[in-house]
Design a protein around this ligand. Structure first.
Ligand code: UDP
Length: 324
């Protein structure tokens, strides 16, 4: 049976990735220790896909012997290992800074060793944060970044940079083709409601008619990608021959203050705007150069408006289960 392994499978992106492969008839083995992942994401997939979804509640830094035993006992053929286990939002990775560093170093090494036995390919979820507070815009993959190694974001930025360096060295030593995707800001259903990311937070505030908090002047920019577009890009990359780091996201850029206005409008909210202190090391600009991703025919189709409307729909549907 064709199989993929997804670490961080109870998380936002991990659960969408699992769902794609389950819908395509694969056996999916998910791993998560619920540090920031959510049990309802596992239950949703388990209820829908039953035994095709095998779930391990464990830390990716721990031994993978049980996983290996299940694979050999069932003659499963692992096509890819997607290493997505890591805290990813700013408040979460700051709270779990040491765990974040471990997941992207020891955890990644564990995945690489496992893949060596399975003779398969790892796709590592890297991030636009490896560019730090970039001094050029948009950021092509060739840009080395502008990163503070000793600060509020360094546990995440440097851990992901270490992960990229580990894959580079591994590929060189063992002649493998493990891949790296650099994920830019992404949003959509199943985000963790506590994770503090700007779109989610502002939508929650708007729906409660609380002030929309803008950090700093709101002149800083980001580019936001709807989750379905990002997942389509990840699949295309995994199935391609590419293994060099590739940016994935959406190129259209917006100022955070304009994002607040757009969320106000879409939610029809009477919330006011409140300006708060800018957290340290908050990047002033971020937008992907997507030239390289054209090689895999990656074309995000959702405008910010259509994506925000879908997110809003999800908020309304899940209103009974979640106290947003
Ligand atoms: N931000 C904001 N208000 C909030 C949360 C975030 O103005 O309530 C800003 C934050 O300072 C950053 C941008 O929105 O400039 C994106 O923040 P997020 O935490 O979503 O991700 P980042 O791109 O910083 O990793």
């Amino acid at each position: 049976m064709k199989t993929v392994v997804v670490t961080g499978s109870a998380g936002f992106l991990g659960s969408h990735l699992c769902e794609y492969y389950l819908n395509s008839g694969y056996i999916v083995i998910g791993i998560d220790n619920f540090l920031t992942g959510q049990i309802q994401n596992v239950e949703l997939l388990k209820n829908k896909f039953k035994d095709n979804y095998i779930f391990f509640d464990q830390n990716i830094c721990d031994s993978l012997t049980d996983l290996e035993n299940i694979i050999s006992a069932n003659n499963l053929v692992v096509e890819f290992v997607f290493h997505f286990a890591s805290a990813a939002s700013v408040p979460h990775y700051q709270k779990y800074s040491l765990e974040t560093m471990a997941a992207n170093s020891t955890g990644l090494l564990n995945c690489l060793e496992f893949s060596q036995k399975m003779k398969t390919r790892v796709i590592f979820a890297s991030t636009s944060e490896i560019y730090g507070d970039p001094q050029i815009s948009p950021q092509p993959e060739s840009y080395w970044g502008h990163v503070n190694p000793y600060g509020e974001r360094s546990c995440y930025d440097e851990a992901k940079r270490y992960g990229e360096a580990l894959i580079y060295s591994w590929n060189k030593r063992y002649c493998t083709q493990h891949g790296i995707i650099r994920i830019f800001n992404t949003y959509g259903p199943r985000m963790n409601l506590d994770d503090g990311r700007v779109i989610l937070r502002m939508m929650q505030q708007a729906l409660k008619n609380e002030p929309l908090t803008i950090y700093g002047s709101g002149e800083q920019t980001r580019s936001f990608c709807y989750v379905d577009d990002l997942i389509a890009g990840i699949i295309k990359y995994a199935q391609s021959d590419h293994f060099l780091p590739m940016n994935l996201g959406r190129a259209e850029t917006i100022k955070i203050r304009d994002l607040a206005l757009q969320i106000q409008k879409i939610t029809n909210s009477s919330s006011k705007i409140e300006f708060c202190n800018l957290p340290s090391d908050d990047p002033n600009q971020r937008t992907p150069d997507l030239t390289f991703s054209e090689k895999i025919k990656y074309v995000p189709t959702h405008s910010l408006e259509s994506g925000l409307k879908k997110l809003l729909e999800w908020f309304h549907i899940s209103k009974d289960q979640n106290d947003y």
